[in-house]
Design a protein around this ligand. Structure first.
Ligand code: DGL
Length: 262
């Protein structure tokens, strides 16, 4: 299984996959050279994800690809599925799941700007605009805050308040928030603290949906595992990777090394 993201967000997806399929082996690509994806053009995101899969395909056998990134999934998944012949699973903001549990009928959707501006997201927003009130925030700053938190830096309340200002100003807060970026699941507590002053919040991140799709491939459809150890690859050599090592421990990577994506 190849799993990738621009940064640590995809590790929150991997964590759930590992819980459901404890014997799974994986190659994780942290494309820190291109981080953040959220401020890139569609063409860049498409070319970059093709490059990642093609590069790995030449070195390691791939049975399945998990795009642990809403930005790449909403922008590039259909293109990737047309190019490659192994299964490719993506993660998407689910307004449908949010509609099922909201009580006050106010749903928040927060994602990167590229995700919000993608054709896929615009289509689902349009489809769901009638019955519930959807409040949308497009931000490229929150993923960076998550990267810093994982490296041990404290999360600034002022920065968070600025990002969530459009919702803080509302007379009634969303009771259900779609975390449309895998990085944001790492900040649930902080987001709760900023917004939970008046009422509790449900978070929807679609990670369980992705994990159960992968479980289906390996358990029901008996897909074969083609790699025998866990490998962590990063696209840019950087000092800030050292502070990630502690966080990576639980993923039991046998190999941690740089990969050239140019
Ligand atoms: N984790 C990503 C997502 O789910 C990408 C964040 C970024 O690189 O901007 O959208």
């Amino acid at each position: 299984m190849l799993i990738f993201d621009s940064g640590v967000g995809g590790l929150s997806v991997l964590k759930t996959i590992k819980r459901i399929l404890p014997k799974i082996h994986y190659i994780y690509i942290l494309d820190n050279e291109a981080f953040p994806y959220g401020n890139k053009t569609e063409i860049f995101i498409i070319k970059r994800s093709i490059k990642i899969i093609n590069t790995i395909k030449k070195i390691y056998p791939i049975s399945i690809v998990v795009i642990a990134c809403n930005t790449v999934s909403t922008v590039a998944l259909s293109v990737l599925r047309n190019i490659f012949n192994f299964p490719i699973i993506g993660i998407f903001p689910s307004i449908k799941s949010a509609k099922k549990i909201t009580k006050n009928k106010i749903i928040g959707l927060i994602a990167t700007k590229a995700t919000i501006n993608s054709f896929y997201t615009k289509k689902i927003i349009c489809k769901n605009s009638s019955s519930n009130t959807l409040k949308i925030i497009g931000t490229n700053k929150l993923a960076l805050i998550a990267e810093k938190k994982i490296r041990g830096y404290s999360v600034s309340r002022i920065q968070l308040k600025n990002i969530f200002k459009p919702w803080i100003k509302l007379p009634i807060y969303p009771d259900t928030i779609i975390l449309g970026c895998t990085h944001f699941s790492l900040l649930e507590e902080e987001i709760k603290n900023i917004l939970c002053i008046r009422s509790p919040i449900n978070f929807i991140d679609s990670i369980e949906i992705v994990a159960s799709q992968i479980e289906n491939y390996f358990n029901q459809l008996k897909m074969e595992q083609k790699i025998k150890k866990n490998i962590f690859l990063y696209s840019k050599k950087s000092d800030s990777l050292k502070s990630l090592l502690f966080f990576l421990k639980e993923y039991k990577f046998k190999i941690i090394k740089h990969i050239n994506l140019y």
